[in-house]
Design a protein around this ligand. Structure first.
Ligand code: PMV
Length: 380
């Protein structure tokens, strides 16, 4: 079983020596989406991963969020009631807009997030909050906006903290942002800073933690510089099973223990591969991780399948193309039917031609997004 190192939370608790006055204002952050190479699937309370994971940070898929705030006369009540029902004085405490439209369907998730983070950011209840958010990728494209969305919001809240307490170091700023983002959505912990981010304690990654993401600490081989990720939008519908439900199905899963062990081993192997530039080994490991993730879904109970016939068509085409021209193209999947096509920058021309000619026909309305590795969130 994965042992959790108990974190000394003290470091993360807001404590300003001389708190500055902050009446009203706003902060804006742009935070990227990420794509896991070694997957996180299975967690325990609160948002602690059962195994470590690593992801490429994306560049063009991002959420941009502006957090407006205004000091309240009386602090808002932020708590969980006895029967575990989320209660916040939301009406006056926060509101959220996506692309200019009020989104009541997000109240529960954001309310829950505020409850979770308030012990570490107690100043939050002193303000009314107005969250305005926008995703660069089409809404309901099947690309999860929870990672980039929660990361952007966590960073805005950290900017408030920094305004109140300018003494906070840059290192703690980003570490705590990742910690807070994790409480909103696990994979959001990996959407803060760095091209390759590890979340979850691992023996080969110094300073790695279950509580926040850290930048991959080793020098990465140039084969992986500016790696390309073309996201093929196979299915744009709502997922039949949410990732929260999926994670929970790893409890009592017959293969869970072995899977968590394998993820640890794969992260060790990938740590070497990323340094020695072995693209063939990369392709093998990344595709195996993707298929294992979906195998876990198919072998849980209840079982489910998120891949669609076109997902498999694309995978088979990628395999045939790779063999035909000895390419280093490969695929990965997240919890959905879309396919992330990964390839080195120097194969861009040939692979793009292949994607246009053979893969786009399997996308919903021929839609896809050409992205590449990015370096993390930015304040606007
Ligand atoms: O962050 P969540 O709870 O949406 O889980 C994400 C899980 C996967 O995308 C399937 C894998 C990963 O590591 O990102």
């Amino acid at each position: 079983m994965h042992k959790i190192t108990i974190l000394d939370l003290n470091e993360f608790i807001y404590k300003a020596k001389t708190s500055k006055l902050l009446e009203d204002g706003s902060f804006t952050w742009k935070a990227p989406s990420n794509i896991a190479l070694v997957k996180y699937w299975g967690k325990r309370e609160v948002q602690i991963p059962e195994n470590p994971s690593i992801s490429f940070t994306l560049s063009d898929c991002f959420t941009e969020t502006t957090l407006g705030f205004k000091k309240r006369k009386k602090p808002a009540k932020v708590y969980k009631s006895e029967n575990n029902i989320t209660v916040t004085s939301r009406e006056s405490h926060f509101d959220i807009f996506l692309d200019g439209k009020r989104k009541p369907e997000f109240y529960k998730k954001i309310g829950e997030f505020i409850i979770r983070i308030s012990p570490l950011t107690p100043f939050i209840s002193d303000y009314d909050l107005l969250i305005k958010t926008h995703n660069s990728f089409p809404h309901s494209s099947g690309i999860a906006s929870s990672a980039s969305g929660m990361a952007a919001l966590a960073l805005c809240i950290m900017s408030m903290e920094k305004a109140l307490n300018p003494d906070i170091s840059e290192e703690l700023f980003y570490k705590k942002a990742s910690y807070l983002a994790r409480l909103g959505s696990g994979s959001a912990a990996r959407s803060i800073k760095g091209e390759l981010v590890v979340w979850g304690e691992h023996k080969d990654i110094k300073k790695s933690s279950d509580w926040y993401g850290v930048e991959f600490p080793h020098k990465v081989h140039e084969n992986f510089k500016n790696y390309q990720d073309t996201i093929l939008l196979v299915d744009k519908g709502e997922k039949v099973v949410s990732s929260t439900v999926g994670h929970n199905l790893m409890h009592n899963h017959p293969f869970a223990h072995k899977r968590f062990e394998q993820a640890n081993e794969n992260l060790s192997k990938l740590t070497e591969i990323l340094q020695n530039g072995d693209l063939k080994a990369f392709v093998n490991l990344v595709e195996s991780e993707a298929l294992t993730l979906h195998a876990m879904m198919m072998t849980s109970n209840p079982y489910f399948i998120l891949m669609k016939p076109n997902t498999l068509e694309i995978i088979n085409k990628i395999w045939a193309f790779r063999k035909r021209i000895n390419s280093n193209i490969c695929f990965t999947l997240d919890a959905g039917a879309n396919v992330h096509v990964l390839f080195p920058e120097k194969e861009k021309e040939t692979v793009n031609a292949f994607i246009s000619k053979e893969l786009i026909q399997f996308c919903h309305k021929n839609e896809y997004i050409s992205d590449s590795v990015g370096s993390g969130a930015r304040q606007m």
